[in-house]
Design a protein around this ligand. Structure first.
Ligand code: Q0N
Length: 322
């Protein structure tokens, strides 16, 4: 995840930074500044046609990634479902932390899946909290009994729940590269002890609040990554929050420590890509094939189900072309 937007016209950008799949749209009145794996950033143009330095348009695409590849088949409505889920979470968290949202009044072409936000100085840290042991945390625990340098009791396994969420920050690696774990002392050195302590506190509280709400509705948020901006010396929650793209969502009724948990949203995608039907070999290094319609449709239904379970509202697309 990049900390500074990369100009889309940068011909020297490594090919790994250029996402496969549907490209970012051209938007009248906006300059494209950056495309990540699944989201695109624009700067609104002022009356003189210059990019404004105080605002950004954050556009969620329908792109989906799996096994570190952006697939070439978009998942219909994914961008809108995740945008609305983030907006809903910002409201649920508003008493804990201010956020960067300015307006959802955006160009028709991206209506429903874009948000106008304040452009902030971003903390150069990926703020990760883990409520359950899995992924990179599990690898560290198996190697030396610690997670992010904290010694944990013996006997934990894939999917074990921690008594309370742990702060496990990482570096912001350029896209295409993997984030590296950071020690808490490294976070303090990077942003100062005061912002470090506030980032740790807020990140773990966001995940704890997220699980208080989500688990009552059948979803476990195993871990999450949040990004903060700094404004007037205060932390402001930016980017997206508590979506399946920034967090591991697990179906609560299937939680069983001792083995990898199924992903709430990507289970059908991963299962199909690894099946003989796909003809794809994960070890080949080749890009995965396009997803069949039934896998796409079932995956779309999982994103909608997550949104509806969490919010209690029926998802009705309000976006473009409707
Ligand atoms: C920003 N990222 C990383 C797009 C999002 N409010 C903001 N102000 C300044 N910069 C950013 C934000 C926000 N949000 C955040 N890059 C710039 C997240 N990217 C990842 C790729 O897609």
């Amino acid at each position: 995840m990049a900390d500074a937007p990369t100009p889309s016209s940068d011909a020297s950008a490594p090919s790994g930074a250029v996402p496969a799949g549907p490209a970012a749209p051209v938007l009248d009145g906006y300059a494209h500044v950056y495309s990540g794996k699944v989201r695109d950033l624009y700067a609104p143009l002022d009356d003189a046609g210059a990019p404004r330095d105080d605002l950004l348009l954050l556009v969620a695409s329908d792109r989906i990634s799996a096994f570190d590849f952006v697939l070439d088949t978009p998942v219909p409505d994914k961008g809108e479902v995740l945008t609305r889920m983030s907006l809903w979470w910002f409201e649920q968290l508003a008493d804990l932390v201010p956020n960067h949202v300015v307006s959802t009044d955006v160009p028709d072409a991206v209506r429903g899946r874009a948000v106008l936000v304040r452009r902030l100085e971003m903390l150069p840290v990926e703020c990760v909290a883990r409520a359950y042991l899995t992924g990179g945390g599990l690898r560290e625990y198996r190697a030396d009994g610690t997670v992010s340098g904290l010694t944990l009791p013996e006997g934990l396994t894939d999917g074990s729940r921690f008594p309370e969420p742990l702060f496990t920050p990482s570096t912001k690696a350029p896209e295409g590269q993997h984030d590296e774990p950071m020690s808490y002392a490294e976070v303090e050195a990077a942003v100062g002890p005061s912002l470090a302590a506030r980032a740790r506190d807020l990140t773990t509280r966001i995940l704890a609040r997220g699980n208080e709400i989500a688990q009552a509705r059948g979803i476990i948020v195993a871990d999450t990554k949040v990004e903060f901006g700094v404004e007037a010396d205060e932390l402001v929650l930016a980017d997206e929050v508590l979506t399946p793209d920034s967090s591991r969502f697990w179906p609560a009724d299937q939680w069983e420590p001792g083995h990898p948990q199924p992903s709430f949203d990507k289970e059908f995608v991963r299962e199909w890509l690894l099946s003989r039907a796909s003809g794809w070999d994960k070890a080949s290094g080749e890009a995965p094939p396009s997803l069949p319609d039934d896998v796409l449709e079932r995956t779309r239904a999982k994103y909608v189900e997550a949104y509806e379970r969490l919010t209690g509202e029926t998802f009705r697309p309000r976006g473009a072309d409707r």
